[in-house]
Design a protein around this ligand. Sequence first.
Ligand SMILES: O=C(O)CCC(=O)C(=O)O
Length: 203
Amino acid sequence: MDAYEPPVDVQGEGIRFDNQDFLYVEHFVKTATATSWLDYCLRDIDWHRESVTMFGTKYRLPRLTAWYGDKDCAYHYSGTTREGEPWTECLAEICGLVKRRLCYPFNFLLANRYRSGSDYVGWHSDDERDMGSRPVIASVSLGASRVFRVRPRSGGKSKGLLLQHGSLLVMWGDSQRLFKHSVPKTDQRLGERINLTYRHIVR
Ligand SMILES: O=C(O)CCC(=O)C(=O)O
């Protein structure tokens, strides 16, 4: 699976961001489908305001999160272990669609909820060992559009990509090893955004 590339038909529907291992498909699902998924996620996901410990200091995350996954799938990050909740029907259905389109066996979901422009995720790479050395991450965006920024880990300028309602961003290959990404806060008055990041935990 280390040599994974998204299928040719999906690549044809999207753009290769910065010619790297990031693929953006703006119209992954119809707007009506994305809106019904958003309503479902706002209403029925079990959201948490989590704390993580970094360099000995405890921080509250500046967004809400939720975790779902196959039985026995757990994700370790920032000194914490997260067991996935059992899939709900809707989240399993979205996962099934993403698996079929990308031909990849996703088995875990980290969901992020940005309640307004003040919620954000800081610079990081999703390079936890649980996902192997070249993780594949499929990220579905619902709700308010937010800017996703990518910058080389070795330094240099960042580039931005506007993630729209109903879009899909795929990261694979060297995207975590060579780059960091973030969704910065903004002063713009924005509504809620939900981001479903499907991952594969190696067991
Ligand atoms: O909200 C997003 O689009 C990015 C989320 C993210 O970076 C993550 O879950 O690791």
